[in-house]
Design a protein around this ligand. Sequence first.
Ligand code: PLP
Length: 559
Amino acid sequence: MPLMLVLLPPIAAEALSRCRRGDNLPIVSNLWPPYPNWQRERTQNPPSVSSSLTGGTEHRHCAALASVRGMSSGPVPHMSPDEFREHGRRVVDWIATYWERLPTLPVLSQVSPGQVRAGLPGTPPRIGSHGSLDALMADLDEVVLPGITHWQHPGFMAYFPANASGPSVLGDLLSSGLGVQGMLWATSPACTELEQVMLDWLVDLLGLPAAFRNDGAGGGVIQDSSSGANFVALQAALHHATDGTSVTDGVSGSHIVYASSQTHSSVEKAARMAGLGSRAVRTVDVDPATLAMVPAHLAELVAADRAAGLVPAMVAATIGSTSTTAIDPVAEIGAVCRQHGVWLHIDAAFAGVAAVSPALRWINDGVADYADSYCTDAHKWLLTNFDATAFWVRDRRHLTGALSILPEYLRNQASDSGTVVDYRDWQIELGRRFRALKLWMVIGWYGADGLRAHIEGHVALAQELAGWVEADDRFEVVAPHPLSLVCLRPRWPGHEDEEADGLTMSVIESLNRSGKVFLTHTKVAGRAVIRVAIGAPATTHEHVQDVWNVIRAEVAAHS
Ligand code: PLP
């Protein structure tokens, strides 16, 4: 059989051979194997997808297949293993040099909109550059690099960090080289089992409850992001709240989600995506001093909803809010959830990994007793390249109950035996990369002590910065700073609030234009605030001192 025929999907290959033989055009049901649940599969897949070889489209398909048959495209210019060795060394070298050059580059990209697009050809090359990477590397330097905001720069203190590290990049490279798609245990057992071990290791490293481990009723999985984790947590919560009928009947419009004004927007987005709508999200009050959720108000809202015949489905508590790293009182919130049978999800996207330091484990107080699900991002502050969100559930039946769906073509002996985990049942997508490799490399390279030193170093720097700010009466620290984010504001004596906020924003813009630092803002009690988020692996004491100096100089220039 010619190679092309082997690569075509079976139905197309069959159609092509029928075209060749001049057979009558195929009828779809004759092509399908007589597997037991094909009718169910037709329900899952809209007819337009599953029957593309029927009716009037058949002639077009036949003609297209015939023209492919007549083509003589010549050899495919794959990169040989030897070429890969040569070019791979060059690319690794480029990355190492980039990391060395980082401090000399402007943190925030200085390009104007459209500049990168304008630097690239509008159409793809017909003849590739095979044999040489010269042209591509030249464009990388001249067109792409100027359009990069350097997240690994020591002066990157915007948003939250997105750590990269040598071991993580190499783990990702191995994952790419293996080219594994780990949707099922059977499609690469190591992809699933290494991930299970990594998530168990993280339970241990972060002092999380043993109930999250994969050897009990719970379990952990790598999601692409905390937004995704928050969404699948809501799916599990709805499964729990409906005794599983959410899967067959959907939701009735009576299910309610509880969050605070400080909860990440992805929770409301999850409610929208789940079909609940934004109006199903209750905003629980926060303590004005700590910005943490007020459990008594949560209890009131839940009771009122129940009295109105609604169904409280999920509370999203945050450990380390996006705006200021506020920490919700999980134990008190958990007690309310327990009383009313509500799923408690913990979003610890940025801060959760800080628990690698035993001195910071208090941030997870209450999790062991009450959390039904929990997520934290190794790709923010734990030296692991995006994407790697660790997500755990205490009882995986609600997660897999909500997300498992089995078309015939994925059935296999291992899954049918019930002895393996198929991670496709734990996430939105079917396909998945071998992301555990980079975590394995990171944890193996740094060890618990190295990871702890990384986190504790940044926390110490932030506490020192907060001390400098507090000691300067031209500034104030505006929120608690338990970790590595400091929210500060110049006082701007003699200026009304609105004018003062304009000056604060103008200071941030000038600093970002300077290329020395990249800072972003938030609002606390309605007032503009400068966020200094320390967490890039290259950031040292000297860089934090520099940032404090340039902030003070810029504020002086604006005064
Ligand atoms: N939750 C919190 C508390 C966050 O701070 C963030 C991002 O900063 C997110 C969720 C979303 O994270 P991701 O980019 O992994 O979706």
